[in-house]
Write a protein that binds this ligand. Sequence first.
Ligand code: DAH
Length: 340
Amino acid sequence: MDIFEQLREKAKEEIKTVSSSKELNDLKVKYVGKSGEITALLRGMKDIPAEERSSFGKKVNDLKDEVSTIFDEKENVLKENELNEKYKREAIDITLPGKCPEVGNLHPLNLVKNQIIDAFMGMGFNIFEGPEIDTDYYCFQALNIPKDHPARDMQDTFYFTDNILLRPHTSPGQVRTMENNKPPIKILSPGRVYRADDDASHSPMFHQIEGLVIDKNVSLCDLKGLLDEFVRIMFDRETKTRFRPSYFPFTEPSVEVDVTCCKCHGKGCNLCKGTGWIEILGAGIVNKNVLEMSGIDSNVYSGLAFGLGIERIAMIKYGISDIRTLFENNVKFLKQFNRR
Ligand code: DAH
């Protein structure tokens, strides 16, 4: 064997034993690199007789090409193997269940508030939101509750000064609307209200929605029809209302409104304490004094008003026995209202 064949065979054998790209690269340098064994042959050219030099040179270059090709082929094989190894190592089990993103839901009070608003919006009401800090005039006097009126006791209240307080109800919304709008008026005034009360069914901060309709010939029949439709939307189509005579300084006559119990449908159960009825709101025909004080001519117009507690409706609707659970923000409790 001549030197060319020897080198070729040696290179082939060594290439066979290589198992990584790194080793292969080192070996490549050893043979065809700048100071590699095959490249070294070219440096010996000066000792070759002149007439053999060109054929010797050609042989060296042919060998170099041939060996380089073997290196390239081996490199392709190694690269493919290494890639397959990598795929195996990094394989993802796509049959594993994915992580489901947790989606929040509305707080039950917002849920119920939206349902109430939807029900009345469908009957043509607009929304007016008044301030949470208000004056004695709007909270009481303009609602026919003068200073020292005993009805103020019902709403034991948080005062900042003698004249400025956290509103104890959303009824001031009626006054502000009448002062700034001409009849016909149909508004709903939702918001937070505050009273010095705290037990299983009362919270010092809670939510109300006030309703007001002012037009010609508005009567108690309109109030009954309106509330009948509201409770049918809010609870179920079979729900009925009942008016009981009551007293509010801002309405005359005044009523308290009961609905047939949504749990037993009037038969009597623990929710309705055996009566078949549950009180849901206060209402009445707007007192003429209230209309006049806010600039509405009570000889031409009359009005109906109602005020309901959102917590109370939510508690009845969802069978919640303690109002405080609505404010503790226990996620286990709140998740039950996820309706998806
Ligand atoms: N403002 C009353 C309360 O907080 C609720 C109320 C009763 C509002 C009768 C009204 C109404 O508009 O007509 O207890």
